[in-house]
Design a protein around this ligand. Structure first.
Ligand SMILES: Nc1ncnc2c1ncn2[C@@H]1O[C@H](COP(=O)(O)OP(=O)(O)OP(=O)(O)O)[C@@H](O)[C@H]1O
Length: 705
């Protein structure tokens, strides 16, 4: 890497050639700065990826930078160069002066954009996807937070942190069997263990992004992450509602419906989608997009305002659960992608939310059929193609559709200056049997970046400390969306620690190349931005609670271990106070008991599946090895049924559960530490802000004097 680029301009891989200015964005693993490239006096964006915070291994990061450097399309952000500065990877790229669509919505359009702007933004994004797919890439993180805008209305798709090469074989292709992306935007097949996915996953995310731009937030964004996963798999796809979304055209609704079809083979390609009437009539972005920024403060001030709002929210909310809620919300607002492992919180949130609770206007089957049928009529002249299928269970008719470099302006104009698009209610009450299989530590490759990556000897040599921007907080906070968002982009308190704890789950049987052959699916490989690992799955219902440090709601705000089972069970909060005796004394009515019994059955079945899957892939030899290495307690002997498969399985099960409980304890401790650090950081930031503003006041007074 280092110096590279198709651009005629050459950018050096020397950090001292860059002067970092204001912070203009931040993600789960990176902070983005406006910067000046001193030799050319050129404004650029520098994305500083904290390698310690990064959930990806060095190979993934290198791939991101490499991929970005080879990109040559007006609607795709590419890297001018990248290099390592101490524990950071700096990626130099064009500065997009208006930031991301997500930030813009948070600041000024909490209910989404108007259709003309949406059409232009989506069309440009679709061009980017068409290009990437043609080049063999899957973007895997299409969302409003990754659609960047320039002052003149140019739209570019950013962030290849999770892109995968579709045409690759071997390790890279294996990456397609990993969970990467942001849950609200993730296609059902991406969430389905072992099913694999292809570029059509981007089309789903594109459809979700369309809804996000239309409403100001993604569907399901108010739900806890685990619920989002389940709802995406279980429910009918979200979409624009004919009645509720009256302001949007029929062709927009049709276009979204075409993208949000659960069967990926029935989604159109980007190329095909581009021919949809919705895009044919869209205005050029310089007409419809440019006007969105009029009268807005400069990007860095908007970002600062969002940050301050986040900080204020956190400071105000003292209750642990409230803090957690605020963090989730702020993460959503920031468009951060990562997992929120605070499962107690997730469970609590999930328990309060019914699928159809606050979705009075769910999109019914008839409506969806109508939408797609009408769409089909347009495309196929009214003839239903062979691949139209009415899926009774899914209650959904699906149709196959055949398929700046930003120069710093000398004037620096800017420098000085309903959401219930939910689905039809859950079609069946049957819980998703998400079968988690595997647990085998994925080999994480690391080592030096590719030749050409410039290593800076030390951070002290860089001009690493960005200047603090002047804070001009606009009275815009009242425009912020107020409803808390618990999901969407999720929060991983500490990627590094989470990563170090987790052996990403890997298939015991390899990965599946064929995207359509779901019958052979056999893995959950969860990696990259999402590391759902053994400790995230609370399989330890049967473990004595004393072995796992659990916090009461008065304790640390952060508690660990996702529990598919527990989460489901505790979605009914009325029962825990009941003792078994009370259940059996006949005072409970059947109607009260039944839902809980059903839940118990579901939970048990899911847990059994999970445990059996884990056990199946855990080779006896590994357990013995681990025991000999002191990693696991010694294998207990089974005297009665020596050598029987059942006995071995139960021994292994116990060992596994003990191991999981240990991991959970460690996770709890680490998260507590992280919470404490976060609080310290916020306090320091507030103090710093105070000092900065005092100094500025002092300067002004001196200046006047
Ligand atoms: N070239 C750019 N010009 C201006 N702003 C940018 C640029 N690149 C990124 N940003 C801003 O920084 C934010 C974070 O960047 P980015 O998405 O690359 O980080 P990330 O850590 O990969 O985020 P995530 O993982 O949450 O998607 C973006 O949402 C956008 O607002």
């Amino acid at each position: 890497m280092g110096r590279m680029g198709i651009n005629s301009k050459q950018y050096s891989a020397n950090s001292s050639d860059y002067k970092l200015l204001e912070e203009v964005g931040y993600g789960a693993s990176a902070t983005v700065y406006r910067a000046i490239y001193l030799p050319l006096n050129d404004v650029v964006a520098v994305k500083c990826l904290d390698l310690d915070r990064c959930n990806s291994n060095l190979d993934d990061i290198r791939r991101e930078a490499q991929t970005m450097s080879l990109i040559d399309h007006p609607n795709v952000i590419r890297a001018y160069c990248s290099f390592v500065v101490e524990r950071n990877l700096w990626v130099v790229m064009p500065f997009m002066a208006e930031g991301s669509c997500l930030h813009l919505m948070k600041i000024a359009y909490p209910d989404g954009f108007e259709e003309a702007a949406i059409a232009s933004i989506l069309k440009e994004t679709l061009k980017a996807l068409e290009y990437l797919h043609r080049q063999g890439h899957i973007h895997r993180d299409v969302k409003a937070g990754n659609i960047l805008l320039d002052t003149n209305g140019v739209v570019k798709l950013a962030d290849f942190g999770v892109s995968a090469c579709m045409f690759d074989t071997g390790d890279r292709q294996r990456a397609r069997n990993t969970f990467v992306g942001t849950p609200c935007w993730m296609a059902p097949e991406v969430l389905q263990p072992g099913s694999g996915y292809n570029f059509k996953a981007d089309i789903w995310s594109f459809g979700i992004t369309a809804l996000e731009l239309a409403h100001g937030h993604a569907p399901f964004s108010k739900y806890p992450p685990m619920k989002v996963l389940l709802m995406t798999i279980q429910n009918a796809p979200p979409g624009l509602d004919y009645d509720r979304d009256k302001k949007f055209s029929k062709s927009f609704k049709e276009m979204v419906a075409m993208c949000l079809v659960k069967d990926p083979t029935k989604r159109p390609t980007a190329e095909k989608l581009m021919k949809h009437s919705f895009f044919k009539h869209s205005k050029p972005p310089e007409l419809s997009v440019k006007k969105l920024f009029v009268d807005l403060p400069p990007l860095w001030n908007r970002v600062k305002a969002l940050q301050l709002k986040d900080a204020a929210q956190l400071a105000m909310k003292r209750m642990p659960s409230a803090e957690q809620e605020a963090i989730s919300q702020s993460e959503y607002q920031r468009g951060v992608s990562a997992w929120n492992f605070d499962v107690e919180d997730l469970k609590a949130q999930a328990s309060l939310v019914r699928d159809d609770d606050d979705m009075p206007e769910t999109r019914g089957e008839d409506e969806r059929i109508k939408t797609i049928a009408e769409s089909n009529e347009k495309i196929h002249g009214g003839e239903l193609p062979q691949d139209v299928c009415l899926n009774r269970k899914g209650k959904c008719l699906e149709i196959e559709v055949q398929e700046s470099g930003c120069q710093e302006k000398k004037s620096m104009e800017k420098e000085n200056g309903s959401s219930n698009e939910m689905t039809a209610s859950t079609s069946e009450n049957d819980m998703v049997q998400t079968k988690i299989k595997t647990v085998k530590s994925r080999q994480t490759q690391s080592g030096p970046l590719t030749p050409g990556v410039a290593f800076s000897p030390s951070l002290s040599e860089s001009s690493g400390i960005p200047e603090r921007p002047e804070i001009e907080i606009q009275p815009i906070t009242d425009k912020f969306r107020k409803a808390p968002s618990f999901s969407g982009p999720l929060m991983l308190p500490n990627r590094a620690s989470a990563n170090s704890l987790s052996a990403p789950i890997k298939s015991s049987g390899g990965f599946k190349d064929s995207l359509d052959d779901k019958s052979k699916a056999n893995l959950v490989q969860i990696k990259g931005r999402f590391s759902v690992t053994s400790e995230n799955l609370d399989l330890v219902k049967d473990i004595p609670l004393s072995t796992v440090q659990r916090r009461s709601s008065q304790g640390s705000p952060l508690r660990k271990s996702a529990s598919v089972g527990e989460w489901i069970v505790e979605s009914n909060q009325t029962l825990p106070s009941q003792s078994p005796k009370e259940f059996s004394n006949g005072n409970m009515s059947t109607s009260l008991l039944m839902p809980h019994l059903q839940n118990l059955v579901q939970q048990t079945s899911i847990q059994q599946d999970l445990i059996m899957s884990l056990l199946n892939i855990l080779q006896p030899a590994e357990v013995v090895d681990a025991a000999q290495n002191g990693k696991l307690p010694p294998l207990p002997r089974c005297s009665e049924n020596n050598g029987s498969v059942e006995c071995a399985a139960s021994d292994r099960e116990r060992l596994l559960l003990i191991k999981i409980s240990e991991l959970q304890s460690r996770m709890i401790n680490l998260t507590d530490e992280l919470t404490a650090e976060k609080m310290k950081y916020m306090q320091l930031q507030q103090q710093l802000n105070g000092i900065t503003s005092q100094e500025e006041n002092g300067d002004r007074i001196e200046g006047h004097a």
